[in-house]
Design a protein around this ligand. Structure first.
Ligand SMILES: [Zn+2]
Length: 276
């Protein structure tokens, strides 16, 4: 018999020694069964003892939980990149679950997390700015989506923020405008030219508003100071007597003419008489 080969005690096949596991307790230094038979046996044993094994492993884990966790944590801290890579397949397979878990965690710890995030942002303004610049499109899309989903809520939120930061925001806008004056002027002009009708309507609305306001103010002033206003008017009439006389004369002539026409009209056709 070839000394490089050996017959398996299970399947009876003669195989190379490399097909047998080393076992120093046996005389020839190798297991009696070949590797294939050994692993088949192991598999069969696991199949037969699956529940028992699981319970055993679980019991062991329960007994050593703290130790295992501490070890895993230490390993993760020592190998952050490896940890991330190892967790990735699981994370990808459980994306929805992870997301809802994350949301639940956020909701439960909202105040704490917000405060922590805020503190971090305040401590790292450069990083925040860099991130915003790198993700400009993403941020813009997010803001837009949020605004479209809850227009009223977003408007109220923005308004509250503006009320709280009015001076700061005004200064910021002014500075920005000063820095981008040329660009802004060109942009505004282009917009006005593209929206001519809208601009016209706006101007008209503004003028109407102003006129209404002026009229209301005059009326109010007159109501409050009726006598003084009458006096003022009388004085004005006296100072402009010629103009007033002409105006009054014309007004009377006009009224007389209208009355005459009406009378003639009523004579011609009695039912045209409006005085009844
Ligand atoms: Zn075998």
């Amino acid at each position: 018999m070839n000394t490089d080969r050996k017959r398996c005690s299970k399947c009876g096949e003669e195989k190379a020694l490399s097909e047998f596991y080393i076992n120093t307790r046996l005389r020839d230094g190798y297991n009696g069964r070949c590797k294939t038979c050994c692993s088949a046996y192991g598999r069969a044993w696991h199949e037969a003892n699956r529940e028992k094994e699981r319970a055993r492993r679980k019991a062991w884990y329960e007994a050593n939980r703290e130790k295992v966790r501490a070890q895993a944590k230490a390993w993760g801290r020592a190998n952050p990149e490896k940890k991330k890579a190892a967790a990735r397949p699981w994370r990808e397979a459980n994306r929805e679950r992870e997301r809802s878990r994350g949301r639940a965690y956020y909701m439960a710890n909202r105040e704490k997390l917000r405060a922590r995030n805020k503190a971090w942002r305040e401590a790292n303004p450069d990083k925040v700015r860099a991130w915003h610049e790198a993700n400009r499109e993403k941020v813009r899309a997010q803001v837009k989506a949020r605004r479209e989903a809850n227009p009223d809520k977003e408007r109220a939120r923005w308004k509250a923020w503006y009320e709280a930061n009015r001076e700061k925001e005004r200064a910021r806008r002014k500075a920005w405008y000063e820095a981008n004056r040329e660009k802004e002027c060109a942009r505004n002009k282009a917009w006005r030219e593209a929206n001519r009708e809208k601009v016209r309507a706006q101007v008209k609305a503004r003028r109407d508003r102003k006129r209404d306001k002026v009229r209301a103010q005059a009326r109010e002033r007159y109501a409050v100071n009726r006598d003084a206003e009458r006096l003022r008017h009388k004085r004005w009439q006296e100072a402009n007597r010629d103009y007033t006389r002409d105006y009054t004369k014309q007004w009377r002539m006009r009224n007389r003419l209208i009355a005459r026409v009406r009378r003639m009209w009523a004579k011609l056709e009695p039912r045209n008489d409006r005085s009844n």
